[in-house]
Ligand binder design. Structure first.
Ligand code: HEM
Length: 138
């Protein structure tokens, strides 16, 4: 169980590195006008997205493995709240992919300021999820 938890947290950090940095790349990409600059961002975004998708997958694999090893967790309200927020995080991840696809086709529709606000969402989800799993307030 402790090994599963250790790898769960390790891959969660990998996932969040991408969730924090990819939207930050979008902030700079959205104000880049020259074609070589845009192309460089596209390559960085694609590689980062692959890395964070590996992180997301392995976080989920080790998380689900813990639930299988200790099914009693599913009776606890904080785990239900946590999994609801994880679904929101996965939706954010998919949204990141859609934005990446728009940038790839040079069809971005959002401003730099919009990306700065979008970039704050994973921080809020991280704070809420960590409080739920550590403090277990419910
Ligand atoms: C499919 C997704 C996930 C599942 C099924 C899952 C499941 C679990 C389970 C069963 C535990 C053990 C809880 C305990 O011992 O108290 C755990 C621990 C933990 N999870 Fe997740 N989790 C998922 C995603 C996440 C995400 C996205 C984060 C971060 C934002 C996260 C952060 C943590 C942390 C920090 C711990 C360690 C808590 C401690 O120190 O005891 N998990 N997770």
């Amino acid at each position: 169980m402790l090994w599963l938890k250790a790898f769960h947290v390790i891959f969660m950090v990998t996932w969040f590195a991408g969730l924090f940095y990819l939207p930050r790349l979008y902030v700079y990409h959205s104000v880049t006008a020259d074609e070589p600059g845009k192309q460089r961002f596209r390559v960085m975004e694609r590689k980062l997205f692959v890395m964070m998708t590996v992180g997301a997958t392995l976080t989920a694999v080790f998380g689900v493995a813990m639930l299988i090893a200790a099914p009693g967790y599913m009776k606890l309200p904080w785990m239900h709240a946590k999994l609801t927020l994880v679904i929101a995080l996965l939706a954010y991840h998919i949204w990141c992919y859609r934005l990446l696809a728009a940038f790839r086709q040079d069809a971005n529709q959002h401003s730099e300021r919009w990306y700065r606000l979008f970039n704050e969402v994973p921080s809020l989800l991280l704070i809420a999820i960590v409080i739920l799993v550590i403090v277990k307030p419910m």
